[in-house]
Write a protein that binds this ligand. Sequence first.
Ligand SMILES: [Zn+2]
Length: 452
Amino acid sequence: MNYNMETINTLAQQFAEMFRMAVIEQQKAGEGTPLIAQIENGMREALKQIGQQALGLFLSSMQATPASEIDCPCGGKLHYQRMRTAHVISVFSGVTYERAYYAGCHCKRGKAPLDEQFGLEPGAVTAGLAALLALAGIEFSYDQSPKWLQAYLLFDIAENTVRSETEKMGELQKMLEAELIQQSQDEAYLQERERHPGRIAPRIYGSMDAAKVRIEPRPKKGEKPAEHEDWRDMKVLSWFETEVVTPAQRSIRQRKQAEREHLPLRAKNLRYFCDITEADEFDKLLWATGCSLNADLSPELIFLGDGAVWIWNLVSRYYPNAVQIVDWYHAEEHLETVAAVAFTDPQERPRWLEDVTQALWEGQVEQVISACEVLANSCPEARKAANYFYTNAERMRYDRFRAAGYMIGSGSVESACKQIVSQRLKLPGAQWIVKGAVQTAKARAAWLSGSW
Ligand SMILES: [Zn+2]
């Protein structure tokens, strides 16, 4: 939108003058000079009031002279009744405006065309405020959100309003996903996509993980709280591409990677999707979102994950040509666990760990399995680890993966689970019902994917 800068300059001068006068009054009264923070807050408060009045005046002024009758969606006619006051909650707090109201059709419908024109719903929050409320709701627990919002917006918002606007945002994301799912099951669409696919990433990564969410329904009045804890898996899927991190931008971890002759990569174009659902439902989301990003058409599709069986089952079924890689950090962790349990000698432990980690780094999985098997008789952890490396051996050929320039550690994806599940859904004071947890997580995933 373009505004008239001259008007803004004039208004700013008036505004400054108003504050100058107020400060002079205060000094005359012997109350001293206010600090800059007080001036700033005073100006913000005044600007909020200006916005509040201006938005109301603006909306009322957009009401043209009402026609005596207009078409009703039912096919009948609506008759002009009178000018009616409406109230919405905007980023400047409550705003009141006047607009023409129509009724009198046989279908008993009423309508204010101005509301439709601007997408306003009397009594509700505006789209501008809704986005800010949801942004608070994906970041802070619902009981903490009003405190932050008050600091930014300078007026009070109820916890339940933040919750419902955030959940609405999650619901929108869910609808978008449902559309993708429907598309991805439509043969005609899929054929058309193969003919005109649009952008295909030269190399794309997928990754899946899961984290536990504690479901604690808020008991209704008079009901006892649930007696046993209910934990559900929130599955998180992310799609991303990578770029090389330049030496100047490298973190300590990335500098260490570079020293070990591994090109430090970082994820870009990250998209997150999540749900609390079984693997055989989650697969629809996996396939649909992959289709929307043409992942299956990419010449190189790589999947990263931990050792969880459901992940590799889904990958094998939907993307049989994908390269499968067990996340380096997960694999390494298994060795650390064995070392911690199997050795008491403080010199023996690091020696064993260093040798076996180096072997793993070089893709010598058989050597790693043997090293674990040697310890297996006296150490059940080592037995478990040996099985884990045996089952996932082909997903741990890190020498080959590094030579191909693949990302082998899904730091970005572990953080996907962390970013979506742990950082928001596990905040203190968080109580979830399944639907609320899913909607909040989906809203957060949409925001982090840049598709708000
Ligand atoms: Zn009608």
